[in-house]
Design a protein around this ligand. Structure first.
Ligand code: ZN
Length: 307
């Protein structure tokens, strides 16, 4: 049974000045049947899903095909992921040097770690769910509770790609990273969805954008800066740009194409899904190009230094 808690105050700054920006949203993965609102704080800009799920174990939200069929990735998805890694790496690569150690916090199947190793970095990853399909040693990288992860040597760079919005206990985890995982002067690189993007403003009722209730929090430049600076980090850079080979959420919504649901169907027509995915990537190029020009893509990239 799913347990919920509503909030009348901002879950980041405690302010009571809240606006409802979306209502009665459904879980696009259909893990739960209830509906959710998104509340925005007028004081700090933080957005959060309301109500919040209270269950201790959140594994039920990630069952089934959340990470692709049988949690394995198709050839095309791997191709697209590689392009995404290359793009993400380039954004803040001027901060990296060859001898740095890197940790992918919430590494999923481990393929980004492989990418970083190919680039010549000493990179590892951890994840609380066992999804490793790469050569990473599961006994080292699957850690049920990240709070229990105390590396012998702290890292120069920690990456959190689409992780922070999933962390209900974000305070404890950010503090743990700051104190026990990341070196002083090291960099924390965070990528999350950007609620200030035109897509969220124009189509707030699109279930695929807010991805409730898996996303507890929804960020913009202002709220994530406030969150991290309150917790002892220095903001070094922020932008809202994304690789132009990323299939745009807005197109998938217009054409009602959800790749995870397509894969989940009995006897999915793999060839057709690949073709649709490829077509969406191509059609998305002009949209993403225009979004990047305006620094207004649904992706928010940030780099913070550990003070
Ligand atoms: Zn607030």
């Amino acid at each position: 049974m799913v347990q919920y808690q509503h909030s009348k105050t901002c879950r980041l700054c405690g302010s009571e000045e809240l606006n409802k920006v979306a209502e009665n949203l459904h879980d696009p993965q259909e893990s739960v049947q209830d509906t959710f609102d998104v509340l925005a704080c007028t004081k700090c800009g933080f957005h959060f899903t309301d109500p919040m799920i209270l269950n201790k174990d959140l594994g039920f939200l990630y069952e089934g095909n959340y990470f692709g069929i049988d949690n394995k990735l198709s050839f095309f998805e791997n191709l697209y992921r590689f392009d995404q890694y290359r793009y993400d790496f380039g954004i803040y690569s001027k901060y990296f040097s060859k001898n740095m150690t890197m940790l992918d916090y919430g590494c999923g199947n481990g393929s980004r770690v492989e990418y970083l190793r190919q680039k010549g970095f000493r990179a590892t990853g951890i994840d609380e769910f066992d999804m490793i399909t790469t050569d990473l040693d599961k006994s080292l990288y699957v850690i049920k509770n990240p709070i229990d992860f105390f590396p012998e040597q702290k890292y120069d760079v920690v990456f959190m790609y689409h992780v922070l919005e999933h962390l209900r206990e974000f305070d404890a985890q950010i503090n743990h990273i700051k104190t026990n995982i990341l070196k002083k002067g090291g960099y924390l690189i965070i990528q999350v969805p950007n609620v200030d993007c035109w897509q969220f403003k124009k189509y707030p009722q699109n279930d695929n954008l807010y991805e409730v209730p898996r996303h507890f929090w929804h960020f913009n430049k202002r709220s994530i800066k406030f969150m991290m600076e309150e917790r002892g980090f220095i903001t070094k850079g922020q932008n809202c740009k994304n690789s132009i080979l990323h299939p745009s959420t807005i197109l998938s919504s217009v054409f009602k194409f959800n790749i995870r649901q397509e894969w989940a169907k009995p006897n999915p027509n793999k060839w057709l899904i690949h073709a649709k995915f490829g077509l969406f990537c191509l059609l998305s190029i002009p949209i993403l190009f225009w979004e990047n020009l305006r620094d207004d893509s649904p992706i928010l990239n940030c780099i913070f230094e550990n003070k």
